[in-house]
Design a protein around this ligand. Sequence first.
Ligand code: GLN
Length: 454
Amino acid sequence: LKISDLVDESYKRIGRVEDKVQAFLTLDEEQARQTAKTLDEKLADGSKQGLLFGMPIGLKDNIVTKGLRTTCASKILENFDPIYDATVVQKLQQAETVTIGKLNMDEFAMGSSNENSGFKMTRNPWDLDRVPGGSSGGSAASVAAGEVLFSLGSDTGGSIRQPAAFCGVVGMKPTYGRVSRFGLVAFASSLDQIGPVTRTVEDNAYLLQAISGLDPMDSTSANVDVPSFVSNLTGDVKGLKIAVPKEYLGEGVNERVRQSVLDALKVLESLGAVWEEVSLPHSKYALAAYYLLSSSEASANLARFDGVRYGYRTPDAESLIDLYKKTRAEGFGDEVKRRIMLGTFALSSGYYDAYYKKAQKVRTLIKKDFEDVFEKYDVIVGPTTPTPAFKIGENIDDPLTMYANDILTIPVNLAGVPGISIPCGFDGGLPLGLQIIGKHFDEATVYRVAHAFE
Ligand code: GLN
């Protein structure tokens, strides 16, 4: 097998399905074919190969790539060509993957359906009238549609796991600090993590292996050993203690979703694991705390898009203030503006203590809920989402219902722990996801449990 053929297959598949799925914002075909050629020469002379040698990969469009357009699906970055590569991109180069293109997302990763993209709507390959999830909708849809083998997404409040569940693929949000955020366009810096989206758990473990580790360019990346995730895929879950939060199977979770989780637990039981019901009592405050904290951080992070330093600049400004105002009014979409306003308000003097500070306290309590459970249990298991993929347009005018979609994934980000979504049955022909959550930096156990289903 030649890498050029593999890359060719990828673009052929894109040629066949992309007008329906619309997962990509930018294709990098010329460069990809060039890379493939170089790798084929290495293949011929038998020199040492990288961990993911020749694997075609897609990257969410908030991961900066040198010379390759990076838009965050925002008009404000419509023509932005970065001058450096994100650390994960450099690591992929060491692993010798081939970048096929950049993937659609909700603008600045704010959304759960890809309907907030400033450019186009990615569709769910299982049902083109439905959303692929978000914000990493392109990352999940491209893998599900067979356009690429692997992709990278980012997860601030469910954005890898929810689309993975909706598209029937495997998506991992690593422990906060496991993967460098250098070169990930910031949404909410204390929550953002890059992670792998793949077809299988094994592929996922390989991809996380390739991108993990301490990075001097990101002070929040952790100085913690990266174990071999792949050698942990033993299939052995005997004696493992699983916690199932009652809040994760309660009200609002659809019956098929609940049943599919109970079926998965039976499988784990038959393999020698034991499970018990537990409580994460502060989960009910997670959504409120998340939207305050993430919007606050976003309002600060997005201040840099001022029409001077990056991307779009309004053509008709009369003064500097006017330049800022018009550039941002014309460049940002509605959801981004909504978050900036909410965040600016929550951080403003007189309101900071009542909203931002209080949300930080709630975050500490949520983290403690997880730590308490992990004193006695190895992993937490539950659904990834309360329902399967919804119809395009169904929730668009109702931000609160849209936000509620992430109710089961967001606590994981607030606690900073790792969580994976793996395929777990169907509801009316639409895939469902099983979420497996682990202790800080214990992705190895999460993968081991997830792999038991393969
Ligand atoms: N849907 C959530 C939001 O809109 C999560 C986004 C994310 O994880 N990037 O904020």
